[in-house]
Design a protein around this ligand. Structure first.
Ligand code: TEU
Length: 655
């Protein structure tokens, strides 16, 4: 499918996020490395992804696992050398996969030479690279930080520096001083770094917390968080600055290589901003990583005050973003990453259905509008690591939080339960490759405890099992490739065309209509009004072209009924993917778990773009789960019932 003037490779891409510390350790020092990733490129290629995003690989004191960069243009010795990175780039390229680097431009490490020079000498040309401030006097004459901003990792966002004789601003750890983007030489230096990486052949960038660079003029106090002295309100950010400065960087990168992708990580971004920042006619980013769907399950958005999972709310948010961006902007749908709990634990309410739930989640992800991001280990359905001792936690955020909770009088068991649910380390433990020691991740001692369920969920086992989540994930990525509407088609909830689905069932169409309209009229495509969506002419346009998808995903541990309007059922939808829980078993860790039965049937020739995808054969019949596909075939009835965590994808008008 051709997006015309606005078409780019990432519109049809799937991105795989690699966390190098925990992917694979080639040299046995217990920390994953670039040569480790190189050793596993065939595994990555086998997934069928188009790009690999590497979280930071630069020299760093590792106060925040590399998000504290001491040198933007080199490689941390623990990860290898620049030549190792080039070897990885080339090996990926040979398999049609681009390398995307993480640019952490909101802050540096305090050990970066810029900060070292700045703190030493008030007249240093680097002093204005950061936010230094003498502070203000409190009522008793004591020295205080200039405002009430809190650090996301605890305490004030200002630290007094003896050497500098001033406070400096750090929205994250004190070892991560924020850069001052109002100072033109900062923007110049950062653009130069990006350009250097382009010359070095990377395929684009993921820009860490890039909207945080828009600090409001005058650095005013914010509204303190309930029960806290500190403010974290992101609505204070100066959007005008974000547009100007990020737009400048975007254009500098595109001028050098229009093919390079610019992915913005933008905590707190609203749908309106996402639309504005990614509009095809004047973007400042190619896509945004948004946070609404990963902050709804904490009281007031606070991750440390978790709420019970509300799937209906999750569906509302997901649907709002999918529908809102359709044809107008671009999104980076994801369910997890190195900062979030594991999706299989977070979004699957009943642990007994974890396996089927994980497949259902991947149906959502790989039939989503935008560029799906899959984080390492999600293809295995790894649940949260959930350590049994506080000493096992490594993350600065978790350790600070644990200290804070202990001081506040929280019992050890309670703290463990909270971290087991929320810590970033839940998703940062090594990938289990085999059933060997440390899951085959290293021959040394791993830098963090291995996953407690490594033995049953490891890669080797899932590679050998055609019914595994790994196999299902691969089939779903293939399905996305075979049906471009899964990427480009507008997202039309079944309710908008006269259907009905309960709150915990995602039911939507992905019509094969968008591409040409996106190209010819980028700013205004997709359904216009709810009214119009029910009209016969609108319905006809939805199914006018072959390749329209109907997706049904039951994300609840109860059976559910979906009403499919007769006009839609009359289009004789053919099942191309289905999954549902199958029987039950007790896992080695004693957890009762339903297995999963799934099947996929893709059109002939659809494997063309991923070599080896169908085992070298022309047809793409994946897994003869006839009971599953056969059952799903009975869509003729207006009301159909779905099993707990059952998911189905139909194609209308012929595959
Ligand atoms: O994360 C940004 C971000 O918003 C996170 O701090 C998030 O709020 C937090 O992890 C939730 O607990 C990016 C990186 O992905 C993260 O790993 C870094 O720690 C952070 O920026 C600072 O660079």
């Amino acid at each position: 499918m051709d997006l015309g003037a606005h078409s780019s490779w990432w519109h049809s891409a799937v991105v795989y996020e690699v966390y190098p510390m925990s992917f694979y350790d080639a040299d046995g020092d217990g920390v994953g490395d670039l040569r480790g990733i190189l050793a596993k490129v065939d595994y990555i290629a086998h997934l069928g992804v188009d790009a690999v995003w590497l979280t930071p690989i630069y020299p760093s004191p590792w106060a925040d696992n590399g998000y504290d960069v001491a040198d933007y243009l080199s490689v941390h010795p623990a990860f290898g050398t620049l030549d190792d990175l080039y070897a990885l780039r080339d090996a990926l390229r040979a398999r049609g996969i681009r390398l995307v680097l993480d640019l952490v431009f909101n802050h540096t490490s305090d050990e970066h030479p810029w900060f070292q020079a700045a703190r030493l000498d008030p007249r240093s040309p680097f002093r204005d690279f950061y936010y230094f401030h003498p502070g203000i006097r409190g009522e008793g004459g004591e020295r205080r930080p200039p405002n009430n901003w809190g650090s996301f990792f605890g305490g004030s966002a200002w630290t007094w520096d003896e050497q500098a004789q001033a406070y400096y601003l750090h929205l994250f750890d004190r070892k991560q001083p924020d850069l001052n983007w109002d100072h033109p030489p900062v923007r110049q230096a950062l653009a130069d770094i990006a350009r250097t990486w382009l010359v070095r052949g990377v395929g684009g960038f993921r820009l860490d917390v890039i909207n945080f660079i828009g600090k409001p003029w005058g650095l005013p106090d914010g509204r303190p968080e309930p029960g806290s002295a500190y403010a974290y309100n992101l609505d204070l950010l100066d959007r005008e600055k974000v547009e100007r400065y990020v737009g400048e960087l975007y254009r500098a990168v595109k001028a050098q290589n229009p093919e390079a992708v610019m992915i913005g990580e933008t905590p707190g971004v609203t749908l309106a901003e996402a639309l504005r920042w990614t509009r095809p006619e004047a973007p400042i980013l190619d896509m945004v990583i948004s946070f609404d769907h990963v902050s709804f399950d904490g009281e007031e958005g606070n991750k440390w005050r978790p709420l019970p999972l509300d799937v209906g709310r999750f569906k509302e948010i997901w649907t709002r973003w999918q529908k809102g961006l359709s044809g107008r902007g671009w999104w980076a749908p994801y369910l997890g990453n190195h900062d979030q709990p594991r999706p299989a634990s977070r979004y699957v309410r009943d642990g007994a259905y974890r396996a089927a739930g994980a497949v259902a989640l991947h149906v959502l992800l790989f039939t989503a509008y935008g560029t799906p991001f899959l984080y390492q280990g999600e293809e295995l359905g790894l649940p949260n690591a959930g350590f049994s001792s506080l000493d096992d936690y490594r993350d600065v955020e978790s350790r600070n939080a644990a200290r804070f909770f202990r001081e506040a009088g929280m019992a050890e068991g309670e703290i463990l339960a909270l971290l087991g649910r929320r810590s970033r380390d839940n998703a940062r433990v090594p990938i289990p490759w085999t059933d060997g020691p440390a899951g085959g991740f290293t021959r040394g001692i791993p830098w963090i405890s291995p996953h407690p369920r490594a033995e049953e969920l490891h890669v080797a086992r899932q590679l050998a099992d055609p019914g595994s989540l790994l196999a299902a994930t691969r089939a779903l990525i293939g399905l996305r490739r075979a049906f471009p509407a899964a990427a480009y088609g507008p997202f039309v909830p079944l309710e908008d065309v006269g259907g009905e689905a309960p709150p915990e069932v995602f039911a939507y169409l992905r019509p094969a209509v968008l591409a040409e309209r996106f190209a010819s009229n980028g700013a205004d495509v997709g359904p216009s009004s709810e009214e119009g969506e029910r009209k016969p002419s609108f319905r006809t346009s939805l199914v006018a072209r072959p390749g329209t998808l109907l997706v049904l995903v039951n994300l609840s541990p109860a059976a559910a009924e979906v009403f499919v309007p007769a006009w839609l059922a009359a289009h004789d939808p053919e099942p191309v993917f289905c999954s549902r829980p199958a029987g039950g078993s007790v896992s080695s860790s004693g957890v009762f778990e339903h297995g999963v039965l799934w099947g996929a049937r893709l059109p002939r020739g659809s494997a063309a773009r991923s070599p080896g995808f169908c085992g070298g054969e022309g047809s793409c019949e994946f897994f003869a789960a006839e009971t599953c596909l056969g059952r799903a075939a009975r869509l003729g009835r207006a009301t159909l019932s779905l099993d707990p965590y059952e998911a189905r994808v139909y194609v209308l008008g012929g595959a």
